[in-house]
Write a protein that binds this ligand. Structure first.
Ligand SMILES: [Zn+2]
Length: 429
C-alpha cells in the first residue's frame, strides 16, 4: 500500500486548482495575503494547526502536525514578480501586471501537498514525529527566509525539505551565491545647470563616478564574484543639477566572507565618488544573504526517492506546448526526462536564494523537478505560462511525492537524520 502516492493522486486536482488560484493572485513579495491564506486553508483542512503572521512578516505562516521528534520541515514560497503576467500559451500575452515568473505558485502548493501526504502516511502507517510547514514570503527580495532565520524560526527543525520548479531534475547539491543588496543614495545641491552651474553639486555625478569605480573594481575581485547595478533615480531635467541620485547594487559570491570583503571595497568606492563630486552618500542594506550549505547525505536520499517515485510522462499536451515555446523563443522544444545522479560535491550555482539562510540554520536540501521545457529562461513570461500548464502540474505533483517520501525515510531512520546532522556540522565555515 502506498498511501503517499494514493493521497497525491486522489487530491491532485484539488492541489492543481489551488496552484491555479495562486497563479491568478500573483502577489508581490511581502504582499502575498491571499496566496498565504489559500495555503493555510488547505493545511488547516488537512488537520494542521496554523499560525498566520510570524515575527515581522504578516504573510509568513507556520502549520504543524504531530508531536515529538523527529521534526521535519517543508518550505513554501508564493511570491510573484512584477510585469510577468501571462496565461498558458506559446507567445507573450501579458498585460504588464505581476505574474508567477518563477513558478512559486507550484512551489507553495507542492511543498504543502508533500506535508499533507506525509501526514496521511503517518496516520495510516503509524509513524510518529512532527511536520512543520513554513510559509516563507518574499523570496524574490532575498528577505523572507533570511529575516525568519534571524528571528529564530527554522531552528526547531531536524531537517528542512524544499524544492524549486526548473527545466531539469536536480537532487540538491547546488551552492547558491551569498549576496548583498544595497542601495546607495547621493545627496548634492541643486542649481540652474547653465546660469549658475558653480552653485550645483550633482548627485548624479557622484552616482556615475561610483559606477566607474565599481567597474574598475571588477578586475580585482576573486573569480565568481558578480557585481551588478541599476539606477533608481538619476535627476529630472538636464538644466537642473540633480540633488538626488540612487543606485542599487547586488554583490554576489559563493562565499559569504568574499561578499563582505567586496562590499566593503564598494562602499569605499562610493565614499570616494562622493568626495570627488562634493556630495554626500549614504547606503542601506536591503538584504544580506548567505550561500547554501549543501548536504550530500540528503542529496543521496533525494536521488533515491526521485528514482522510486514515477517520473512524469510527457504526453501530447505537454509536448505540444514545449514545441510551441521552442519555436517562439528559439529553445530546443523538448522536455527533460532524465534524472542526474548526485556528484557528492558542491556545485557552484549562479543565482542567490534565501533558502540558503535555512540551509545554514539546519540540515537542508532543495531539489528541482521539471516544470518547464528545456532552456526556459528564469524570471520570464514563459515560466508564468508553464506554471499554469500541464507541465507545471505534473512537475509539482511529482515534487510533492518525492518530498513526502524523503520525509517518510527520515521519520523511519534516525541514523539518516544523524548522518545529515553530522555533515551539516562538518560543513560549517
Ligand atoms: Zn524562485
Amino acid at each position: 500500500m502506498n498511501w503517499i502516492a494514493d493521497y497525491i493522486e486522489g487530491h491532485g486536482e484539488e492541489f492543481w486548482q489551488r496552484a491555479l488560484k495562486i497563479h491568478g493572485y500573483a502577489e508581490l513579495a511581502g504582499e502575498e495575503r491571499q496566496s498565504a491564506a489559500e495555503l493555510c486553508a488547505m493545511l488547516e483542512q488537512a488537520g494542521f494547526a496554523v499560525e498566520q503572521g510570524l515575527g515581522s512578516q504578516p504573510t509568513a505562516f507556520r502549520a504543524v502536525y504531530g508531536s515529538g521528534g523527529p521534526v521535519i520541515g517543508f518550505l513554501c514560497e508564493y511570491d510573484a514578480l512584477p510585469k510577468l503576467n501571462q496565461t498558458e500559451g506559446t507567445c507573450y500575452n501579458g498585460d504588464g501586471r505581476s505574474g508567477h515568473g518563477c513558478g512559486h505558485n507550484l512551489l507553495g502548493v507542492g511543498a504543502a501537498a508533500a506535508a499533507m501526504a506525509l501526514r496521511e502516511e503517518m496516520e495510516k502507517g503509524g509513524l510518529s514525529g512532527t511536520l512543520v510547514v513554513y510559509g516563507c514570503p518574499a523570496e524574490e527580495t532575498l528577505f523572507g527566509k533570511t529575516k525568519m532565520a534571524e528571528e529564530g524560526y527554522f531552528k526547531e527543525l531536524d531537517v528542512a525539505l524544499a524544492w524549486h520548479p526548473e527545466d531539469h531534475y536536480c537532487c540538491g547539491e547546488v551552492c547558491h551565491k551569498a549576496m548583498d543588496s544595497i542601495r546607495f543614495r547621493f545627496h548634492g545641491r541643486s542649481a540652474h545647470a547653465s546660469v549658475c552651474p558653480e552653485m550645483g553639486r550633482s548627485a548624479l555625478d557622484g552616482a556615475e563616478m561610483m559606477s566607474v569605480g565599481a567597474n574598475y573594481l571588477r578586475e580585482h575581485v576573486p573569480d565568481g564574484v558578480r557585481i551588478h547595478y541599476s539606477y533608481l533615480s538619476a535627476g529630472e531635467k538636464p538644466n537642473v543639477v540633480p540633488d538626488f541620485a540612487e543606485v542599487w547594487y547586488f554583490v554576489r559570491s559563493n562565499r559569504r566572507r568574499i561578499v563582505d570583503q567586496v562590499t566593503e571595497r564598494l562602499i569605499q568606492v562610493a565614499r570616494g565618488a562622493a568626495m570627488m563630486s562634493g556630495t554626500e552618500v549614504e547606503w542601506e542594506f536591503l538584504a544580506r544573504g548567505n550561500s547554501t550549505r549543501i548536504n550530500t547525505t540528503l542529496a543521496d536520499l533525494a536521488y533515491g526517492c526521485m528514482g522510486r517515485v514515477p517520473l512524469p510522462r510527457w504526453e501530447e499536451p505537454e509536448l505540444r506546448l514545449a514545441a510551441g515555446l521552442g519555436e517562439s523563443l528559439g529553445l530546443p522544444g523538448t522536455i527533460c526526462g532524465e534524472l542526474t545522479p548526485p556528484e557528492g560535491r558542491e556545485l557552484a550555482g549562479s543565482g542567490s536564494t534565501d533558502f540558503s539562510a535555512v540551509s545554514q540554520t539546519v540540515p537542508s536540501v532543495e531539489i528541482n523537478t521539471v516544470c518547464f521545457t528545456r532552456g526556459t529562461p528564469g524570471h520570464h513570461w514563459a515560466v508564468t505560462a508553464q506554471s499554469c500548464s500541464p507541465i507545471g502540474r505534473k512537475g509539482m505533483l511529482y515534487a510533492a511525492g518525492v518530498l513526502a517520501e524523503m520525509g517518510k525515510a527520515l521519520l523511519e531512520d534516525p541514523g539518516l537524520l544523524s548522518r545529515a546532522r553530522e555533515e551539516y556540522l562538518a560543513r560549517a565555515e
